[in-house]
Write a protein that binds this ligand. Structure first.
Ligand SMILES: [Mn+2]
Length: 275
């Protein structure tokens, strides 16, 4: 269980999907990271930092700049945590060491004032998408990963790209509701029954990304409003906060280009969106 330092703050972002095709999003990420990095800052990157990850033996201009940015954040006094997303689940200890970040299990828990905040990438909550959950179980298996990482890099790039093409087609052919968090699964995770069998007792707050449906849900059964109903407040039991995805390269009308959540040790939070 992680605690926010009394005079510090925690910052959360996810779903940046960085690649060579996202130069503006990469700039924005670097600027944001530099702006929040200071002593007693905890920075949580909750998955899909990269659009795809072929293995720690792969690097390119984008990943090199991300490593530099995280190193700078660390030098400024911040502690940087990373949680795997469904795109970059192959990030390993070699990358973590190079960047100077700590990889967290999914889910991880934060103790904030007297609230337990469950943080997760969020893909485990989308249980209506059965084919994806099947792929997730397979691809998070240690043996599967070891076998995959043993393939030549060229073969891994080819395989990862064909999986992404398939995934895009699957998304295009699936109802939008299937791609969202299942409210029953959310409720069960509050009760301490996590889909992976993880148990910690009751959780007060859930914070996740992945769905690209940024929102602050005041209660467990609430469906995603198009815009967050409120952008700041104090942690309350039953709150589900969904982080925004970042897209400064092909921004959509009437949607934020990205954003982050700031949380203080007092339980006060604010959702900051970039327009
Ligand atoms: Mn995701």
């Amino acid at each position: 269980m992680i605690e926010i330092p009394q005079h510090g703050a925690a910052f959360f972002a996810s779903d940046l999907h960085l690649s060579e095709h996202t130069p503006h999003t990469l700039d924005a990420f670097e600027n944001w990271l530099a702006s929040v990095s200071q002593d007693d800052a905890l920075i949580f990157l909750l998955g899909d930092l990269f659009e795809v990850w072929y293995g720690d033996d792969y690097s390119d201009a984008t990943s090199n700049r991300v490593v530099q940015a995280i190193q700078s954040a660390k030098s400024a006094g911040a502690k940087v945590y990373f949680m795997h997303g469904n795109r970059d689940f192959l990030i390993g200890e070699t990358f973590a060491e190079a960047a100077g970040l700590e990889i967290l299990p999914d889910p991880e828990f934060l103790l904030v004032k007297h609230h337990v905040v469950l943080i997760t990438h969020g893909d485990q909550l989308c249980t209506d998408d059965k084919p994806y959950q099947k792929f997730r179980t397979q691809s998070r298996d240690e043996k599967w990963q070891a076998n995959f990482l043993a393939l030549p890099l060229e073969k891994r790039i080819e395989t990862a790209n064909s999986i992404r093409t398939e995934s895009k087609a699957h998304k295009a052919n699936s109802a939008l509701s299937i791609m969202d968090a299942n409210t029953q699964t959310v409720a069960e995770s509050f009760q301490g029954k996590w889909p992976d069998g993880y148990y910690i007792g009751k959780n007060d707050v859930i914070l996740h990304g992945h769905t690209h449906r940024c929102a602050i849900h005041p209660d467990l059964s609430s469906k995603a409003p198009t815009k967050p109903e409120s952008t700041q407040g104090e942690l309350l039991k039953g709150l589900r906060i969904v982080l925004p995805d970042w897209n400064f390269d092909n921004p959509e009308k009437n949607r934020p280009k990205g954003g982050f959540l700031k949380m203080l040790a007092t339980g006060e939070y604010s959702l900051n969106l970039f327009s």
